[in-house]
Design a protein around this ligand. Structure first.
Ligand code: S3P
Length: 181
């Protein structure tokens, strides 16, 4: 059904662990490609009219995941979007399938060592990390890496400037469009 979307018009999806920069990099890539940017967490927050942490606490994770799945599937079927999906979205097989069949999926890969340095900046807004020891978070980090191995392209982001990463992604897309578009 989705095969009819020409490569050049497929939406671009960013996946990866919480706090690796999916939204920041996604926004920059969207700007460079003159496309709209969609942050799925933001869309979910708009629907529930409350922040993600509050949704988890008051309505529950399963309602969050259901909404996450519905919004992603809907967005993926649109053309020419740049979409950042939450770090847990790929836990749902239907989400993985839709993203991989309708869109071009980039996995932003940051090492555990580099990620650890960001923890204090993100923990307050990430309910999944709260109440966990650093060892438990590390375990989750590596467990999640396995689900992110389902992607079209992997980008290593350690010790790289945001601008450099976005340029690399845009260049690799242009090459793919030229070769296979
Ligand atoms: C989650 C990641 C978050 C957000 C929610 C759950 C997860 O998104 O969707 O807190 O399970 O990994 P980011 O990856 O954008 O932080």
């Amino acid at each position: 059904m989705n095969q009819q979307i020409p490569l050049k018009e497929k939406s671009i999806v960013f996946i990866g662990f919480m706090g690796v920069g999916k939204t920041t990099i996604g926004k920059l890539v969207a700007k460079k490609l003159y496309r709209d940017f969609i942050d799925i967490d933001e869309e979910i927050e708009k629907e529930f009219q409350m922040p993600v942490s509050q949704i988890f606490n008051e309505i529950g994770e399963s309602a969050f995941r259901q909404k996450e799945k519905d919004i992603i599937i809907n967005m993926c079927r649109k053309r020419l979007q740049v979409i950042s999906v939450g770090g847990g979205a790929f836990l749902q097989e239907e989400v993985q399938k839709e993203c991989l069949s309708s869109c071009i999926v980039f996995f932003l890969d940051l090492s555990w060592e580099s990620w650890k340095e960001r923890i204090s900046m993100i923990i307050d807004s990430r309910p999944v990390l709260q109440g966990k020891t650093i060892e438990e978070i590390e375990e989750l980090f590596y467990k999640r890496q396995k689900i992110y191995s389902n992607h079209h392209s992997k980008v290593h982001t350690d010790h790289q400037e945001i601008e450099e990463i976005a340029d690399y992604i845009v260049e690799s897309l242009k090459l793919a469009w030229e070769l296979y578009g």
